[in-house]
Design a protein around this ligand. Structure first.
Ligand code: MN
Length: 244
């Protein structure tokens, strides 16, 4: 593990010198200096910042435990396998740069790099102590883009509800401002193949594994309840980091 960290740091130094541009990713160093609230998403599954039962009654403990220890753990493991297979002679780059060029990789990489990134982000975006609404610059941007926070939540909820089959709903930051979008399967808006590209600041997992034990077919009820556990502090930080 320690060795990996050192290799990774060397890679970061090298790529920073090389000036590799990541289209929708704020500078890692800038993010690191800006705050410690947002954890860098790398190739490992991070511990949850709360217990499995702490998000009840909105998300039940059994769903959280299975989701984290089985589904998300599977993406992390398979991502690491894919990286080994496709990076035989080099260290893997930032996960974001893989996502930015995902069309160059295998389906295994696409499904698992997306799956791992999406879940690591999702856990950070949840909290048992939600402030209930965005504030500051993010609230201003939401109001000017969508008219109101309520309307933004309605449009986001619609995107989540209407995503056919498995996928994700997103609030993204783009060069043209905030947008709401959704992606199928484990795709996300960082991917070059995404219909609408941008930097995800809020995301919701609408795969049935995320809600079926408690909500069965009632995806709408899951979505409505999920708003009670959004970690707006993290959403605001991701927005505040801006785009490169
Ligand atoms: Mn999931």
């Amino acid at each position: 593990m320690k060795n990996n960290k050192i290799k990774r740091r060397k890679f970061i130094t090298d790529t920073t010198k090389a000036g590799i541009a990541l289209a929708f990713v704020p500078s890692f160093l800038k993010a690191q200096q800006a705050n410690t609230l947002i954890k860098e998403i790398d190739f490992t599954q991070q511990p949850l910042a709360y217990g499995y039962k702490d998000l009840e009654p909105y998300i039940d403990a059994a769903t959280m435990e299975i989701h984290y220890t089985k589904h998300a753990a599977g993406y992390a493991k398979n991502l690491n396998d894919a990286v080994k297979e496709e990076y035989r002679n080099a260290n893997a780059p930032f996960i974001e740069s893989i996502l930015n060029e995902i069309s160059r990789y295998s389906a295994k990489m696409r499904n698992n790099a997306g799956g791992h990134y999406n879940h690591e982000l999702f856990w950070q975006l949840l909290t048992p102590t939600s402030t209930g609404k965005p504030t500051g610059k993010l609230a201003e941007a939401i109001n000017s883009t969508f008219g109101s926070v309520e309307n933004c939540k309605k449009l986001f909820s619609d995107a989540a509800l209407k995503r056919f089959g498995s996928g994700w709903a997103w609030l993204i930051n783009t060069k043209d401002g905030l947008k709401i979008t959704s992606t199928p399967n484990q795709d996300n808006p960082l991917m070059d193949i995404a219909e609408t590209k941008g930097y995800p600041i809020l995301g919701l997992d609408v795969w049935e594994h995320a809600y079926y034990l408690k909500y069965q077919n009632k995806r709408g009820e899951y979505i409505n309840n999920w708003w009670n556990i959004v970690n707006w502090n993290v959403v605001e930080k991701r927005f505040d980091m801006g785009l490169k």
